[in-house]
Design a protein around this ligand. Structure first.
Ligand code: UD1
Length: 371
């Protein structure tokens, strides 16, 4: 099989990385297309290097823009690449604009060049259509020939939408393959010690969802909640570029007060810091999953999660909604009281470090090869 893998934004890299090796080991060839949705060294290059990914075969360099312009540019630039490369499969991961744009291009060229689309992380649903990621997920799933699900709750979502169960396959969570591989390295970096936060419990925060950071009142509320938490614990906040820009443009820098604010971290650094935290507060999907496997209590700063298994089988809980400063502080204290468990102790089925070979098997079987 010739398999074209698409990745472009930070949360994509840890999902495609394990696939290169699994494809090569099974004797298949791969083509790596980096869309350039994320382009800063700290949002992209660091991850490629740490995850030992190959150099991209194609770089679309789309950069940041409005949703429509970014998606349009992705499509325009991906189409000729696909026509030239003519793979058997286009594999897209997750829910970012790159995922949907490339799935849409490939689905239109399906008959011309004989390629099919596989979606890794299919079937997650927040049912919140104000999230760009929800639009991307639902449409990508609709366009895909093979829907590879990370958790057992995903297939019923797809069947409910009329997708043929024969096209759905449970493979588990491929991001955990990367996590388990990089965790020892991440721990050895000694990030909490380097930051001087290792001597007492600290709370790690990630924040970048448009619903939390693009509205000045909501962002002020969240930052006030963090300041409240900061009265009794050290709060560490690596800042996503979007959040950094919004804090500056809304004039909220003073709200950062005593928080330990950092630039975006590398993957190993982030894993090491997450692993040492007493609680993680986040609005990221991936962090909800990573804390579950690490056994670290997590509070999600959103109204709902498309990853319910992190609540029912993991360490995650939703903060009371609508968010208030007191609510964030209380939820953080409750989570802290829960204490942490051992790595892997609370891992849902298939979050075991071996999802990549299952994905490759599923592609091969759907191609009528082996399996
Ligand atoms: C995107 C994804 C989101 C994912 C997140 C992880 C979509 C719709 N959203 O959101 O699902 O959780 O990535 O980070 O695809 N910027 C930089 N440098 C970069 C990248 C971005 O400075 O390397 C800044 C730019 O000012 C840009 C802003 O961040 O305008 C937002 O970037 P964008 O890729 O549009 O969306 P994210 O918020 O990162």
């Amino acid at each position: 099989m010739r398999v074209l893998l698409v990745a472009g934004a930070r949360p994509n890299f840890m999902k495609v990385a394990p696939l290169f090796e699994a494809l090569a080991r099974a004797g298949h060839s791969h083509i790596f297309v980096h869309t350039g949705q994320h382009y800063d060294a700290a949002m992209s290059d660091t991850f490629l290097r740490e995850l030992a990914m190959p150099e991209p075969d194609e770089h679309l360099e789309v950069g940041s823009d409005t949703h429509a312009r970014q998606t349009a540019r992705l499509m325009e630039r991906f189409e000729p690449v696909l026509q030239a490369r003519r793979p058997d499969w286009v594999v897209v991961v997750g829910d970012v604009n790159s995922t949907l744009a490339c799935a849409l291009v490939a689905s239109k060229l399906r008959d011309d060049i004989g390629c099919r689309v596989a979606h890794v992380e299919a079937g997650l649903r927040s049912n919140d259509w104000t999230m760009p990621e929800e639009v991307n997920r639902v449409l990508t799933d609709r366009l895909s020939d093979l829907l590879l699900t990370p958790s057992r709750d995903a297939a019923p979502n797809l069947v409910r939408e009329g997708i043929d169960p024969a096209r759905i396959e449970f493979v588990g969570n491929v991001m955990i393959d990367s996590l388990l591989r990089l965790l020892p390295t991440g721990r050895a970096l000694g990030v909490p010690q380097r930051l001087g936060v290792a001597d007492r419990p600290y709370v790690l925060v990630t924040l970048h969802r448009p619903s939390n950071v693009d509205d000045p009142d909501q962002l002020r509320t969240v930052l006030s909640g963090l300041a409240r938490v900061g009265r009794r614990a050290r709060v560490v906040l690596p800042l996503h570029p979007r959040t950094r820009d919004r804090i500056r443009s809304f004039g909220l820098d003073a709200c950062l007060g005593d928080l330990t604010v950092l630039d975006p971290l590398g993957y190993g650094e982030m894993l090491g810091l997450m692993d040492g935290a007493s609680v993680v507060l986040t609005d990221s999907g991936g962090v909800q999953e990573e804390t579950t496997v690490l056994g670290v209590p997590c509070v999600t700063l959103r109204e709902q999660t498309e990853r319910p298994v992190t609540v029912t089988e993991g360490t995650n809980r939703l903060a009371p909604w609508p968010l208030t400063a007191d609510g964030i502080d209380a939820a953080c204290a409750d989570a802290e009281a829960m204490g942490r468990s051992a790595v892997g102790e609370r891992s849902p089925e298939g979050w075991d470090g071996h999802a990549a070979p299952r994905i490759v098997d599923a592609l091969a079987r759907a191609s009528g090869i082996g399996g």
